[in-house]
Design a protein around this ligand. Structure first.
Ligand code: DGL
Length: 272
């Protein structure tokens, strides 16, 4: 395994591209293979068993591609499946994402932190343990926002429809006293502008792309696997429609992006 083999980055859909942006900023030489599991998006309301099976299929695919590491750029899949993935592929560096509860607990003045995420993330024991560990003194108010995932998947990032969709949830958490808002789903940074408008200019919106990129760098560096030269190409693949991913990813990343499909063997459910 050497530095030409890719880092696999995976999400249910395009949300993980918000993490890809941060990885590319910090690690411009790393070749990345991004997989959007678009045939099965959204994950947020699906069972843990379903998400586990999909995460295992994608992890197996990355291993078949000799990936040096896997970034699970999805809070829902991290909560549901990361322990299982680590059991299944003990030699692979596997990095997950979790809502930014710890920095939020440090930033809040009111002692109330608002968290937007999927139903799956907010209901998971992993999330409960995170809150207990990092913010036992803080009041955490939660709001699942499945509609926001759908909007981003449809490329609706601004305008009246997006503004209307964020207004209610943001007002609810602000009225509950939250002065810091955690974007606990990797799709949500793509709605940052409308969320910030609804929350007001001084309200921090916390996401996790940059810390995940730093942790990835640390893990690669420790094993002598960091790529220090080369173009660091980004390859996009989907279990769904490649043209649709190419179009949407080009918009989200602000540069033309071709996309291909994941081979059939990894597109369906895989026994765990
Ligand atoms: N982007 C994902 C997350 O961070 C999942 C959204 C979904 O598929 O429901 O949780």
């Amino acid at each position: 395994m050497h530095s030409e083999s890719p880092i696999g980055v995976y999400d249910s859909g395009v949300g993980g591209l918000s993490v890809v942006r941060a990885i590319r900023d910090l690690l411009p030489h790393e070749p990345l293979l991004y997989v959007a599991d678009s045939a099965h998006v959204p994950y947020g309301e699906k069972t843990q068993a379903f998400v586990e099976q999909r995460a295992c299929a994608i992890a197996d695919y990355f291993v078949s591609q000799r990936a040096r590491a896997m970034v699970v750029a999805c809070n829902t899949a991290t909560a549901a499946a990361i322990a299982l993935l680590r059991q299944r592929h003990p030699a692979l560096i596997i990095i997950g994402v979790e809502p930014a509860i710890k920095p939020a607990a440090h930033l809040t003045h009111t002692g109330v932190v608002g968290v937007f995420a999927t139903t799956g993330t907010l209901a998971s024991p992993k999330f409960a343990a995170l809150v207990q560990r990092e913010a036992p003194e803080v009041r955490i108010v939660l709001r699942p926002c499945p509609q926001w995932v759908r909007l981003v998947e449809q490329g609706v990032l601004s305008g009246p429809e997006a503004a209307e969709a964020v207004r209610g949830p943001v007002a609810e958490l602000r009225e509950a006293g939250a002065d810091v808002l955690v974007l606990g789903c990797t799709h949500f940074p793509f709605l940052r502008d409308v969320i910030q408008d609804a929350a007001g200019p001084g309200v921090p919106l916390l996401e996790t792309g940059a810390p995940v990129a730093r942790w990835l760098r640390h893990q690669l560096h420790e094993r002598g696997l960091l790529a220090t030269q080369g173009p660091g190409a980004l390859q996009l693949q989907t279990t769904g429609d490649a043209d649709a991913l190419a179009q949407l990813a080009s918009r989200l990343l602000g540069t033309p992006m071709p996309a291909g499909t994941v081979p059939d063997a990894w597109r369906g459910l895989r026994p765990v």
